[in-house]
Design a protein around this ligand. Structure first.
Ligand code: GRG
Length: 300
């Protein structure tokens, strides 16, 4: 697969992810009031890189998985959690953001109450979607239960919710490297690592392979956040399609901690760690190699 072209891969995979998200939202809509359904659709079908589902499906295939639609449905479960987290993160009681993915945030367009409710609807919906998608794959009932459990653990207090809480507490504080790493390993890294783990688990991968992909995911998760901080500190809100910036919120970032050059260097070191995890796990997957490089080189 030496002729692998990442831009084409991201476009092609992105379209299949959009279709899976459309199926997911379409399944939810009939049970929701129209205004709640509109807020939920706004939060989910609003673009974005769709990196978590793409990582999930890529790991699934790297571990020998061959199914099509159900693998994207599993990936979509991760994006439903991500979408809820962005909708809630943007609320006035959190980051109070006006712009997300180049559009007004969900609460700006639909009001706070509907943004809170739509986000809350997505959490159990994601768990149920992960369970039923995994049941349709090669991993049996036990594997499907593990998939749903890992997704909820990564989303929960020990993962994303816990990291977000530390992030809110850390506003106006100058965090040391360990504290910043710990926060982002949970807030951003846990869901990214879980994307790979659940893809591998659904393909019936062995525990050492799942562990290697978890290590890869943890390393790219932190690298992703460093790249995010670099973009946040160097690009305009228009270009990034989101505001406010970390500086506006007085948050510690890898750029404020290390400076731009050292932050870039740290991100590259983490990419190297991620690639070593693949090699050590005997995982040959050009797409995962390219995705690790993309995560630090991306421009949005
Ligand atoms: C109640 C404390 C509490 C938490 C609720 C709101 C929340 C849960 C969690 C927020 C977690 C969060 C905002 C993580 C951000 C991760 C991140 C770097 C987002 C940007 O991801 P991209 O670049 O975005 O993949 P796109 O738009 O491409 O999908």
């Amino acid at each position: 697969m030496s002729d692998f072209v990442l831009s084409r891969y991201l476009t092609d995979e992105g379209l299949l992810v959009e279709a899976a998200l459309e199926r997911a939202v379409g399944r939810l809509e009939p049970s929701l009031e129209p205004d709640l359904a509109a807020a939920l659709r706004h939060g989910v079908m609003s673009g974005g890189k769709r990196l978590r589902p793409i990582l999930c499906v890529t790991a699934y295939r790297a571990c020998g998985g061959t199914a099509r639609e159900a693998a994207y449905d599993l990936g979509a479960a991760l994006e439903l959690i991500h979408a809820y987290s962005l909708m809630h993160d943007d609320l006035p009681c959190m980051d109070d953001a006006r712009l997300r993915r180049g559009r007004p945030t969900t609460h700006q367009e639909h009001g706070e109450e509907l943004a809170v409710r739509a986000g809350a609807v997505l959490i159990p919906a994601a768990a149920l979607q992960a369970l039923s998608a995994a049941r349709g794959l090669e991993c049996g009932n036990g594997g499907a239960a593990t998939v749903a459990q890992r997704l909820m653990e990564a989303a929960g207090a020990g993962g994303m919710v816990g990291g977000q809480w530390l992030d809110l507490l850390g506003e106006n504080e100058a965090l040391a490297a360990d504290a910043l790493d710990g926060l982002h390993r949970r807030k951003t890294g846990a869901l990214l690592a879980a994307s790979l783990e659940v893809g591998a688990t659904a393909a019936g991968a062995s525990p050492p392979v799942i562990e290697a992909l978890r290590e890869y995911g943890q390393a790219i998760g932190l690298a992703f956040q460093i790249a995010d901080d670099i973009l946040d500190g160097t690009q305009s809100a228009e270009r990034l399609g989101k505001n406010p910036s970390d500086a506006d919120l007085n948050k510690s970032t890898y750029v404020s901690l290390y400076g731009l050059e050292e932050a870039r260097h740290r991100a590259e070191e983490l990419v190297h760690e991620a690639l070593s995890a693949l090699t050590n796990g005997g995982i040959e997957a050009p797409a995962l190699v390219s995705l690790a490089h993309y995560i630090v080189a991306r421009d949005r």
